[in-house]
Structures are given as structure tokens and as C-alpha cells.
Design a protein around this ligand. Structure first.
Ligand SMILES: [Zn+2]
Length: 189
């Protein structure tokens, strides 16, 4: 008699714990679903250029494998596209070259292009040599910007690609997830 009561309590406890866990589990799924759908939404939620932003040229003219994406547990601000060194990097969108620089501790040889029919700045990093374009120059979508490299903080040849909202890259804009755009451009290439 004395042992039945605690047993019942234990069973109830396990049931309650199980239900709670299930609750959290399903909640987690909902959160994940919400995150996914809002991630998809970002792509179409442009104020005036949602269609234009989904049109673009995949920026590496080579076979690529997808490396780290946004976040990646280390505050990674873009998408890595692993490819052989010296492959062409082309402008994903038409725009005007805003910045060309070299950063030994990070970006290596990089270029920032402000999109013309777009609400983004596009950033291409780790080029093997300084970019083939000049500050202020207009570039067309598909135009060669430089070549895949591993300059700066990089351990393998790849293009690190970022997209920033207005007012732009390190001018008060925000990092935007480039991966859905890249996937859409890749499908169309
Ligand atoms: Zn990267």
C-alpha cells in the first residue's frame, strides 16, 4: 500500500514531463517553420524591387560547393561558395563599385557594389588579386569583377558573398541572408 502511492506519483510525473517536452518540441517546430517562412518572405518583401532582386547572375563561373551560410555559429555575415582558385567572379547584379580594398585580417581583396535596380549592396571577398574594376565604375550583371582566391582570413579558395540593405555595407545597413537569392540565381543559370 505504501509503495503504490509514490509509484503513481512517479508515473504522473513522467506523463507530465513527457507532455511538457512534447509541448516544447512542437513549439520548437512552429518557431523553426516561422523562421523558414519569414526567410522566404524576405526575398519577396522588397519595397519596390522584389522581382528585380530575384533576378540575378550566380556570381561564380565554376562548379561550387556551398560552404558556411549566414551565422554558422560564428557570426558569419554571408554565404561561402567554395570553388577552385582563379575562377571568374562576376557581378550578381548591375551596380556601381562603392569600395575596393584589402583587409589582411578578414576580407582579403574585396569589392562592394551598390545595386542599381536593387535595394542591396553586394560584397565579394577573398579575391586572389585586387578586383578588375575601379571605384565609381558601373558594372553590368555578369561582368567579371575578379577571380576566386583565398586572401585575408580564409583557409580555402572561395567567394564569401554578402548582401546588405540600405543605407549599405557598414553605412548603417543590415546584413541580409544572401542564400535564398543565390539559390534562385543558380536555378536560373
Ligand atoms: Zn565566409
Amino acid at each position: 500500500m505504501i509503495q503504490i502511492k509514490p509509484m503513481r506519483t512517479v508515473v504522473l510525473w513522467i506523463l507530465a514531463a513527457g507532455l511538457t517536452f512534447w509541448g516544447f518540441f512542437t513549439l520548437g517546430c512552429e518557431v523553426a517553420k516561422a523562421a523558414t517562412s519569414s526567410g522566404g518572405l524576405t526575398m519577396g518583401s522588397g519595397t519596390n524591387s522584389s522581382t528585380e532582386d530575384s533576378e540575378g547572375v550566380f556570381p561564380v563561373k565554376a562548379r561550387v560547393s556551398w560552404g558556411d551560410g549566414l551565422g554558422a555559429g560564428r557570426g558569419h555575415q554571408g554565404q561561402d561558395l567554395m570553388a577552385d582558385c582563379r575562377r571568374k567572379i562576376v557581378a550578381a547584379k548591375a551596380g556601381r563599385v562603392r569600395v575596393i580594398d584589402y583587409q589582411a585580417s578578414g576580407a582579403g581583396n574585396y569589392v562592394v557594389v551598390r545595386g542599381t535596380d536593387s535595394k542591396f549592396d553586394y560584397v565579394y571577398m577573398h579575391m586572389i588579386k585586387p578586383p578588375k574594376v575601379e571605384t565609381g565604375q558601373r558594372v553590368a550583371a555578369g561582368q567579371v569583377l575578379g577571380y576566386v582566391g583565398s586572401t585575408g582570413r580564409s583557409s580555402a579558395c572561395h567567394l564569401h558573398f554578402e548582401m546588405w540593405t540600405r543605407p549599405g555595407w557598414y553605412q548603417g545597413g543590415d546584413v541580409s541572408d544572401p542564400t535564398p537569392y543565390l539559390k534562385s540565381w543558380k536555378r536560373k543559370s
